[in-house]
Design a protein around this ligand. Structure first.
Ligand code: Z5A
Length: 219
């Protein structure tokens, strides 16, 4: 029995980390065995790489190439240590970011050669690909506004990737549009400017028929 692999994508502040757990809760209520991960991270090795990429005091001079490889080192570990075995058991995997983030951030944002980026992703994931990806699309101004309100309620933690300029994030958004245009069947664009409940319903309208027909493992 093969499981189901669902990923969430979008610029920061688009609502991925809000929607992913809501989908997980709903799937569990329906009796499915679900595992949820975030990238970079999701394994002990991946979480150490995440720290290096985002918060380490030693990361200021990180090159775009090193960033590409570290993102995919974390991913290679996650795929082999957890995702493949869980899918083989017929479970549902929900992942907050996966390789479309690499296309958008390292390919378009950092402007690395897109063919090289694709080869590195291929090495990291092999045949393990999402069945369904939600691209939560919001105007950049709205995601910036959401992040500002979140920052106002939290202690400041430096994040190297968030230090990039606005042009970088505009290119990232273009990268997501290009990825969605290239794979319209897998990548479902969700208008993420609405309320949390509206977005949750839009996502469930797509997932419900899929889990009903796929025979994934239930308790
Ligand atoms: N990255 C990369 O470069 N290459 C890769 O291959 C991978 C990742 C895998 C991971 O950061 C960074 O790594 C990310 C991309 C890069 N870098 N940046 N910059 P992360 O995991 O720390 O964070 P993130 O993935 O960027 O997510 P985020 O900033 O936490 O945003 P989000 O998950 O999309 O949004 P959220 O946390 O659900 O919501 C943000 C705020 O808005 C929060 O206060 C919510 O309560 C609020 N919110 C959410 N939905 C709504 C609605 N509908 N209305 C109003 N307010 C809302």
């Amino acid at each position: 029995m093969k499981g189901l692999f669902i990923t969430f994508e979008g610029t920061e502040g688009s609502g991925k980390s809000t929607q992913a757990p809501l989908l997980v809760d709903r799937l569990r209520e329906w009796g499915h065995t679900v595992r949820v991960f975030r990238e970079p991270g999701g394994t002990p090795i991946g979480e150490e790489i995440r720290h290096t990429l985002k918060h380490s005091h030693a990361n200021a001079a990180m090159t775009a190439e090193a960033e590409l490889l570290l993102m995919n080192a974390s991913r290679a570990q996650l795929v082999r240590e957890v995702i493949r075995p869980a899918l083989a058991r017929g479970e549902v995997i929900v992942c907050d970011r996966f390789y479309d983030s690499t296309t958008a951030y390292q390919g378009y944002g950092r402007q690395l050669d897109l063919t090289t980026v694709r080869h590195v992703i291929d090495l990291a994931v092999g045949p393990t690909r999402p069945d369904l990806t939600f691209f939560l699309k919001v105007p950049l101004a709205l995601s910036e506004e959401r992040l500002r309100s979140r920052q106002a309620t939290m202690p400041f933690i430096r994040d190297r990737i968030e230090e990039a300029d606005r042009a970088f994030f505009e290119r990232v958004a273009q990268g997501y549009d290009a990825a969605a245009a290239a794979e319209p069947k897998r990548i479902q664009i969700i208008n993420a400017s609405g309320t949390v409940a509206e977005i949750q319903s839009a996502i469930w309208r797509i997932v419900a028929p899929l889990v009903a027909t796929r025979g994934v493992q239930t308790w």
